[in-house]
Design a protein around this ligand. Structure first.
Ligand SMILES: C[S@@+](CC[C@H](N)C(=O)[O-])C[C@H]1O[C@@H](n2cnc3c(N)ncnc32)[C@H](O)[C@@H]1O
Length: 233
């Protein structure tokens, strides 16, 4: 990242209070690849190294998998660590890039995730990548339409990441809230900037919802998350 881009990003983040908090958090994250952030135990370090290699491979490969950009993956991991989330649901697995970042967070909190993907070739790839990353033990894979699968999941979840079809967001929310999102939990939705028109109904609803505090957070300036905290009773 160039110095100019970095300065622009910092100024952008300073324009929101959530951004200022994020700046502090991302500073802590900046040197994670060389700061021994892989964990204290040898096995945590091994899975961290395998995951780093797999992430780098997926980043180099590119392709049509629509995965989150690296800063957003880093942010997911950091959110999970900071909130001590242990029970995570992801809708939209694709080839498993974000699931690797989420699972890295879960290595620290000792939690588990369920991830749902409609395309069988993608979920097969995701299984392969999570195994290669040494993180398959963190993940339950579900293949099929998330609109049908969510009602069958027991939950509750303390972190939900919605990254499947955007026009299905209201339906997902109705199927998850109130029983499957814990008070004190986070609900993150990707593409809140690039797909804001498709997400308009959801963004308006969640912004006004009395049980949630919501912000839009961008680490890249090009796209970002709708991030909602379910208030404790
Ligand atoms: C943006 S990609 C997910 C990227 C992934 N989260 C990552 O960052 O690595 C969206 C994925 O959602 C899947 N998808 C779309 N509609 C779905 C549905 N109704 N149920 C389950 N998966 C769905 C697509 O096949 C696609 O792989």
């Amino acid at each position: 990242m160039s110095a100019t881009h970095d300065r622009k990003r910092r100024n952008f983040l300073k324009t929101t209070s959530a951004g200022a908090a994020l700046l502090a958090m991302t500073k802590a994250l900046t040197n994670w690849t060389c700061s021994g952030a892989g964990g204290a135990t040898p096995s945590a370090r091994r899975s961290f190294e395998a995951a780093t290699r797999t992430l780098a491979e997926l980043e180099a490969k590119g392709g049509n998998f629509l995965n989150v950009p690296k800063p957003d993956g880093e942010f997911l991991r950091l959110l999970i660590q900071a909130t001590r989330a242990k029970s995570i649901l992801e809708l939209g697995t694709s080839h498993g890039y974000s699931a690797i970042w989420i699972s890295l967070g879960l290595e620290e909190t000792d939690g588990k995730m369920t991830t749902v993907e409609i395309l069988s070739e993608r979920i097969e790839l995701a299984k392969k990548h999570l195994a290669q990353a040494g993180l398959a033990h963190r993940v339950t894979f579900k293949e099929g339409d998330a609109h049908k699968i969510v009602p069958t999941l027991e939950g509750p979840f303390d972190f939900v990441f919605l990254d499947a079809d955007k026009d299905g967001l209201m339906d997902y929310f109705q199927k998850l809230y109130p029983k499957k999102i814990l008070p004190g939990g986070l609900l993150a939705v990707h593409n809140a900037i690039s797909r804001k028109e498709a997400m308009k109904g959801y963004l308006e609803m969640i912004r006004q919802h009395p049980d949630f505090d919501s912000v839009i957070v961008s680490l890249t300036m090009e796209d970002g998350f709708s991030l909602s905290y379910r208030k404790r009773a």
